[in-house]
Design a protein around this ligand. Structure first.
Ligand SMILES: NC(=O)c1ccc[n+]([C@@H]2O[C@H](COP(=O)([O-])OP(=O)(O)OC[C@H]3O[C@@H](n4cnc5c(N)ncnc54)[C@H](O)[C@@H]3O)[C@@H](O)[C@H]2O)c1
Length: 340
């Protein structure tokens, strides 16, 4: 089987490729990635020498290129996206262009070339926000109610994807995962952003009261679930992916402070970001029962290993930081640094 993976130089996409190359016999991978600020070929150093791996530098919105690649593919796993909520607040247009129009371009090519499966990698953020203080969870039939331009663009892509199943019988599936953590995550997202701040002996900036809850999952577990959906799912289905591990931002902060040997008050509270969702929690009964998938990593253990990875992979970090400096890329909290 030959799989076109979009966005494979990003964080989760690189783990999907790692899983396909290492765990799916004879699977060939074409990685189509634009190498935006978040794309990094160093995320793939352990698999890029495989004869079953090929990189193509290009844009998912380039219909000609996408068509040519899809003609060679049996299936597509679509992870390419603009992914940072803060950036979607200061610059939403590219989120619509990449996440909506890019997805449409891929769906059209998939339809033309009749791929065997199109897996749309989406997010729990499309469901909107839950309240604190109850045990409600998102299921796959929870209505979509996105609150940020990022989440809205992903929801639009999900709806387009499902329309191709209903209208053209394209064998699509959608995965909706909670917050990932692990090696190779671009250090603008909470966990690597905080680890790097602490490694530089700087206090970490916590939004608002810090009580926003996310459902955390180790990235390799997410990747394995996506590959299971590729291989085993029924077309037209949506699968939530999560590890039933809900923590608020202060709890994550406290864990990171102790793992890095800093005092518990090494925190600066900063104004909350606009439209900040309060709580996410996912029911994952469907994927566990239908596909037999379950997460394999314990949160505390995997978080500790993640911290160690950032402590020891100094070349990866300095290359990312050199590029941030060279290209004037804000390392995090984009809407704050632009003063809006
Ligand atoms: N990271 C998470 O916590 C998480 C959770 C749930 C779902 N997801 C979903 O997983 C996917 C990957 O997220 P991530 O955080 O790992 O991403 P990321 O930001 O680390 O990487 C995104 C990748 O997409 C590429 N890309 C962007 N625009 C492109 C374009 N026009 N053409 C080709 N490539 C392009 C970038 O170069 C980059 O390599 C996204 O679809 C996201 O919605 C992520």
């Amino acid at each position: 089987m030959r799989v076109l993976v979009t966005g494979g130089a990003g964080f989760s996409g690189s783990w999907v490729i790692r899983h396909l190359i290492n765990s799916v016999q004879d699977c060939e991978v074409i990685n189509l990635d634009l190498l935006t600020y978040a794309g990094n070929l160093e995320n793939l150093v352990d698999v890029d020498q495989s004869p079953r791996y090929q990189f193509v530098h290009g844009d998912i919105r380039d219909a000609g290129l996408v068509d040519a690649l899809m003609a060679k593919a049996d299936a597509c796993i679509h992870t390419a996206a603009e992914t940072h909520v803060d950036r979607s607040i200061t610059g939403p247009l590219v989120f619509t262009e990449t996440n909506v129009l890019g997805t449409q371009t891929l769906l059209e090519a998939s339809r033309r070339h009749q791929v065997r499966k199109f897996v749309m990698v989406s997010t729990d953020e499309v469901y909107g926000s839950l309240q604190l203080g109850n045990s409600d969870q998102f299921t796959e039939s929870t209505p979509l109610k996105p609150n940020s331009p990022y989440a809205a663009s992903k929801a639009a892509a999900d709806l387009l994807t499902m329309s191709y199943f209903k209208t053209y019988n394209l064998p699509v599936c959608i995965t909706r995962c909670g917050n990932n953590y692990g090696p190779y995550q671009y250090p603008e997202k909470l966990i690597p952003f905080f680890i790097l701040k602490l490694l530089q002996n700087e206090p970490v900036p916590v939004y608002g009261d810090g009580l926003n809850v996310r459902d955390w999952i180790y990235v390799a577990d997410h990747a394995a679930a996506v590959v299971d959906v590729l291989m085993k799912s029924q077309p037209g289905e949506v699968y939530n992916i999560g590890a039933n591990n809900q923590r608020n931002n202060l709890e994550i902060t406290q864990l990171l402070l102790s793992l890095l040997g800093k005092p518990q008050d090494f925190v600066t509270y900063v104004p909350d970001r606009p439209g900040h969702d309060r709580r996410y929690a996912l029911s994952t009964q469907k994927i566990r029962e239908a596909l037999g998938w379950s997460p394999k990593h314990d949160f505390e253990q995997a978080l500790q290993e993640t911290v160690q990875w950032y402590q020891t992979n100094t070349a990866w970090i300095s290359h990312v930081q050199e590029r941030q400096h060279r290209e004037n890329i804000a390392p995090g909290a984009a809407w704050l640094s632009k003063g809006s």
